[in-house]
Design a protein around this ligand. Structure first.
Ligand SMILES: Cc1cc2nc3c(=O)[nH]c(=O)nc-3n(C[C@H](O)[C@H](O)[C@H](O)COP(=O)(O)OP(=O)(O)OC[C@H]3O[C@@H](n4cnc5c(N)ncnc54)[C@H](O)[C@@H]3O)c2cc1C
Ligand code: FES
Length: 502
């Protein structure tokens, strides 16, 4: 939906080896803001993007700009203490003000508006948690309010309100930054997949097509880091997918941004689309590859929408995913303490509008050798013992469970039984395989063993993709990698050479 209303600047295609100061990889909010800030510092920056810029999670967000990151501050105080929790809030609040000031100063037309952010609980359990969260706001001196009702017909028990947050059109804002970056001499290479890094005092980024770019610093803003550097990020993060509906409603939206903390969570804000107001209704999050059925998630959202609004139509719907770290705090900074010139920014827990900006500022300061007050909070090498170990073990037990269960999961259909537009698991020569019959009747058959670490991928009917339940890699129906950590496509199987059996 966001892409409809912007004219994106076109990148060029990488054809020669270029020598640059900084290579930024990833053309979402994090990569573009980082490239913009570094180019403003007078450095020579090249931005590499695997597809087109702003087509990853940033192109499919709900774009609330807020430091209200679900129920988190009470937990943060318990895990990292009041001072560090205050820094977490301050980093995000500063990012919001940085964006607001830039939008005002450069007169960026991007539907920016100041809104209060409501975090509400409708059940007894979340009534209790919202009260605790509100007390955490007070302890951290966050400008806030408390209510027991919302400004529209919806029964709740408690709402903690963070004052003066914001919402905007993310692509109108980021297109402006990308154009400024290009005007100041930056270069964007689209359709350029970074595949590896050769480390050293002058690291070299190597693309899938074999191009090499030497530089002084690399900023990895690819969501899942395409280069892990033995940081084992796939054991320390998991991917969560969520769904969004844009609904035209009979009644006018009362303003404000809303997030229900109860499960399943629901998010609400308004936006203007082709001159008309729509309500963005998000939620139904689940670990990637572990959803019930994509259509089921959209239908649940639709039921929620129709119970609470007079819906006229749904002009758009989409889904996207984001990464969550084991202690819920993003990894921003040096890939490893020993690696002075490779930086990562990931694990934004669906709060990347402020965190992508925090990351861009922090990485810029580290490259410019300036002190940044938030370095310790986000340091990727941290390990907060208590919650981290619990999440770490749960995450890796879950992976082990899916690894085994996937191998035992029996095929459900024969290739002949597939309808047009259907994907399913079949047997090919007594081995599990995945087949999709496209609208023209052509069968696309792949080996369902994920090329990352060997779990079995599951069919996602809503997006026609193969999704891995272990670390969230996604592949198109023909096996092409859509999201990492996997780098290699699923093996394709030619059914003419093999015999399909049930
Ligand atoms: C449904 C949903 C709603 C959300 N709502 C909000 C919200 O209201 N507010 C908020 O703050 N946050 C929200 N978020 C989170 C936010 O959208 C993300 O955290 C943020 O967009 C991540 O930005 P990014 O730049 O890090 O990643 P992306 O936007 O995904 O960009 C990463 C880019 O890297 C590219 N890439 C990957 N691998 C390579 C490679 N090897 N070589 C070259 N390029 C590569 C990808 O193609 C992609 O374009 C939401 C997320 C979801 C899923
Ligand atoms: S993403 Fe790790 S095994 Fe599939």
């Amino acid at each position: 939906m966001w892409r409809e209303e912007v004219k994106l600047p076109k990148g060029s295609t990488l054809q020669e080896n270029r020598k640059v100061d900084v290579v930024v990889v990833g053309g979402g909010i994090t990569g573009i803001t980082t490239a913009y800030l570094l180019q403003n510092e007078g450095l020579n920056v090249a931005l590499l993007e695997a597809n087109e810029i702003l087509n990853g999670t940033t192109g499919h967000t709900t774009a609330k700009i807020t430091a209200q990151h679900d129920v988190i501050y009470d937990e943060l105080i318990g895990h990292i203490g009041v001072e560090q929790a205050k820094l977490y809030y301050e980093a995000n609040d500063n990012a919001l003000h940085f964006m607001k000031d830039l939008i005002e100063k450069e007169n960026i037309d991007c539907q920016f508006s100041t809104q209060d952010a409501y975090l509400y609980g409708a059940t007894l359990e979340f009534d209790h948690r919202i009260h605790k969260e509100f007390r955490a706001y007070e302890k951290l001196n966050i400008p806030c309010d408390f209510k027991t009702s919302l400004p529209f017909q919806f029964d709740i028990r408690a709402a903690a309100i963070m004052k003066n947050q914001a919402q905007f059109h993310p692509l109108q804002y980021l297109t402006h930054l990308a154009k400024q970056f290009l005007e100041k001499g930056g270069v964007i290479f689209e359709n350029t997949v970074a595949n590896d890094i050769e480390e050293g005092t002058s690291p070299t980024v190597i693309t899938r097509d074999g191009h090499r770019i030497s530089c002084q610093h690399v900023a990895i803003c690819t969501h899942f880091p395409f280069y892990d550097g033995a940081g084992f990020f796939y054991t320390r993060m998991y991917a969560k997918r969520s769904y969004v509906l844009a609904a035209k409603t009979k009644q006018k939206f009362p303003g404000g941004m809303y997030l229900g903390a109860d499960q399943p969570t629901h998010s609400l804000r308004s936006a203007t689309l082709n001159g008309e107001e729509v309500v963005l209704i998000g939620g139904e999050g689940h670990k990637v590859g572990q959803g019930i059925n994509t259509e089921y998630h959209y239908q649940s959202l639709q039921r929620f929408a129709e119970e609470n609004f007079n819906v006229l139509s749904y002009p758009y719907r989409w889904s996207a995913q984001d990464l969550i770290t084991i202690d819920k705090i993003p990894y921003i900074g040096k890939l490893k303490e020993s690696k002075e010139n490779i930086f990562i920014a990931t694990g934004f827990k669906k709060w990347g509008m402020t965190h992508g900006t925090v990351a861009a500022q922090l990485i810029t300061d580290l490259i410019m050798q300036r002190k940044n007050p938030y370095e310790e909070v986000y340091k990727p090498s941290r390990f907060h013992a208590d919650p981290s170990i619990r999440y770490f073990l749960r995450q890796n037990l879950d992976v082990a469970d899916h690894f085994i269960r996937g191998k035992l999961d029996l095929p459900k259909k024969s290739v002949e039984q597939l309808e047009k537009g259907e994907g399913n698991i079949i047997y090919v020569n007594s081995k599990r395989a995945g087949a999709y019959k496209d609208e023209g009747g052509k069968i696309h058959c792949v080996d369902t063993t994920c090329t990352h670490l060997g779990c079995e991928v599951n069919w996602n009917a809503g997006d026609s993709t193969w999704d891995c339940p272990c670390h969230g890699s996604r592949f198109s129906y023909d096996g092409t990698v859509l999201e990492g950590p996997a780098k290699t496509p699923l093996k394709t199987i030619n059914l003419n050479d093999e015999e399909s059996t049930q």
